[in-house]
Design a binder for this molecule. Sequence first.
Ligand code: NAP
Length: 301
Amino acid sequence: MNIVILGAGAIGSLFGALLSKKNNVILIGRNSHIQAIGKKGLDIEGKTQMNVKILSEKSVDKVTFLPDLLILTVKSYDTYSAISQAKQLIGDNTVVLSLQNGLDNIDKIEKIVDRRQLIAGVTTHGAFFSEPGVVKHTGKGQTILGELNGWKTKRITSIIDVFNKAGIETIASEDIVREIWIKAIVNSSINSLTTFSSCKNGYLLENPILEKVVEKVCRESTNIANVYGINLSYENMIKKTKEVIRNTSDNYSSMLQSFKKGKKTEIDSINGKLADVGKKHDIDTTMNEILTYIVKFGYGE
Ligand code: NAP
C-alpha cells in the first residue's frame, strides 16, 4: 500500500517505521527530523527497537504520487493547516485516516476532504519524540479503526490487515465516533489535571483531593457525551479512566510535556470542545471550562 504520514512526530514516526516494513511509506515532518532520518535512518527505541531507512520529506509538495492512505498524525491544533497543505495529494481513491486525539479533527478535515474518503482511529500506543531522528516507543497498545458510518467495508478491512501485518495490533469498530469520545473523556480527566498539578499520571490516584477532581471531571464529561447522544455510563468511564491512570502511572501526559516545552496543547480539542458541546445543550460544564482556562492561562492567553 502507498502510504503518506502527515505529521512525523512521535506517533506518526512509530507507525511509519512499522508500516514501512511491508509498504511504500513516506513521512512528512519538520526539517530537523527529516534531515536526521536522511543521514542515519529513523531510530525507534524502547518497546520496539529498529532502525529504518524510510523516505521522508519536509513538505507534501515533494510527494509525486497520490497515496492509497494518508494518515494524519499532527496535533489537533494543526489539523486544518496540515490537511489544507495536503489537498493536492488526496485523489479520488485516497483514504484519509485521522489517528489523533480530540473531538474536532473530523470536522476540520471534512472542510477539505469528502467525508466518504475519511476514516478514523484511536490508539493506546505511547510514543515520545526523543530528538530528531529518534522516537521512543513507551507503551504497546491497541489500535481501533472504523468507518465514520460504522460499516465494515472492504477498505477498512484491508487497512486493518495492513496494520496487523506490520505488527500494529488493530481491530475494527462499528462505532469509531464513540471510541473517540471515550478517549476524549479519559484524556479530559487526566491530561489537564496532570498539567495543572505538574505531576505524573499516577499521582492523580495517590492524592485523594486530585482523585476526587478526576471523578468530578469524568462525571461531567460523561454527562456531556450522553446529552450529545453517545451513551456511556459513568461507572464504566471512571473505571476505564482509573485503569489508564494505573497503567501509565509513571508517565508524564503529553499535555504536560507540551506545556513544559512552552508548546501549544490539545486542550481546546478535549476539555474545551467538551465544554462547548455541554453549553450548547445547557448542562453543567464548570470543570471542563475551568481546566481549559487554567491550561490556557499558563501561556498568558
Ligand atoms: P507530535 O510528536 O507533536 O507530532 C506531530 C508532528 O507533526 C510534530 O513534529 C509537528 O511539528 C509536525 N507537524 C505539524 N504540522 C505539520 C505540517 N503541516 N507538516 C509537517 N509536519 C507537521 O505529536 P504526537 O505525540 O505524535 O501526537 C499526534 C496526535 O496523536 C495527537 O493528536 C495526539 O494526541 C495523538 N496521540 C499521541 C500519542 C503519543 O503517545 N504520542 C498516543 C495516542 C494518540 P511541530 O512540533 O514543529 O509543530
